[in-house]
Design a protein around this ligand. Structure first.
Ligand SMILES: *[C@@H]1O[C@H](CO)[C@@H](O)[C@H](O)[C@H]1NC(C)=O
Length: 235
């Protein structure tokens, strides 16, 4: 009996993990780059249709203050006085010990760069995290980003320059949870975050092993449906 239960448990686990294929985009971007992390709760920049390559495409879904109800498409970002926030579903998720999914603010040219809004990129971590990869969708930009810079959206990773979003959405301290730049410093401190964001906060200490700003090699790939499903946006 025990053996049968064990076999069933193994089969169930094997089935539960979905397999993600990494399909390079022809003539897509690739190279080596740097990473940082942030979670500012603001509506991401690819949530404005004028920032998309295809202006009639669907911008990245933003949410109301509950983090899960889609905000009306004309809502302004909470970081410029409006009511649209980053959806909690746009936090990172570990698939297995060497592969994860998530979202980034990115720049390829340095500075605010909307040219790659909603494209997907495979980040192959280097150094201490060598052997681990993550497919991310570009949902945001940043005037403070350098070239080939991926600012990974990780709750509790620091609010950065925009301090109004998380404090108005979740009532956290005005400079965010932990340090304004860098965020909380341990997995235990993730308990300061709302429960909906705690798994994404823990991701930094589990999948990324607490390694800060790991370097990457990157390559543009086709977007997995699970990423575009949460944003509604395609490249
Ligand atoms: C982790 O998931 C990726 C993507 O589905 C897969 O290619 C890889 O083989 C998996 N690795 C392990 C150790 O299961």
């Amino acid at each position: 009996m025990k053996v049968i239960i064990l076999v069933l448990a193994v089969l169930y686990t094997a089935q539960a993990e979905k397999h993600y294929h990494s399909i390079p985009v022809k003539y897509g971007v690739s190279g080596s780059g740097v990473t940082t992390r942030y979670w500012d709760c603001c509506q991401p920049s690819c949530g404005w249709s004028e920032n998309l390559n295809n202006p009639s495409g669907t911008p990245v879904t933003a949410c109301t203050a509950d983090g899960s109800t889609a905000a009306p498409s004309n809502a302004e970002s909470s970081c410029i006085g409006g009511t649209a926030y980053m959806c909690s579903s746009q936090q990172p998720r570990m698939v297995n010990s060497s592969f994860a999914l998530g979202y980034v603010a990115a720049s390829f040219s340095g500075g605010a760069d909307t040219s790659m809004c909603c494209a997907c990129i495979r980040l192959d971590f280097q150094g201490d995290l060598s052997g681990k990869s993550m497919i991310v969708q570009v949902t945001n930009t940043g005037g403070d980003l350098g070239s080939n810079h991926f600012d990974i959206a990780i709750p509790g990773g620091g609010v950065g320059i925009f301090t109004e979003g998380c404090s108005s959405q979740w009532g956290c301290p005005s400079t965010g949870w932990g340090d304004q730049y860098g965020g909380v410093s341990s997995e235990a401190e993730c308990s300061q975050l709302p429960s909906a964001l705690q798994s994404g906060c823990a991701f930094r200490f589990q999948f990324l092993g607490g390694v800060s700003n790991p370097p990457v090699n990157f390559e543009q790939v086709e977007c997995p449906g699970d990423l575009t499903g949460a944003t509604g946006c395609t490249y």
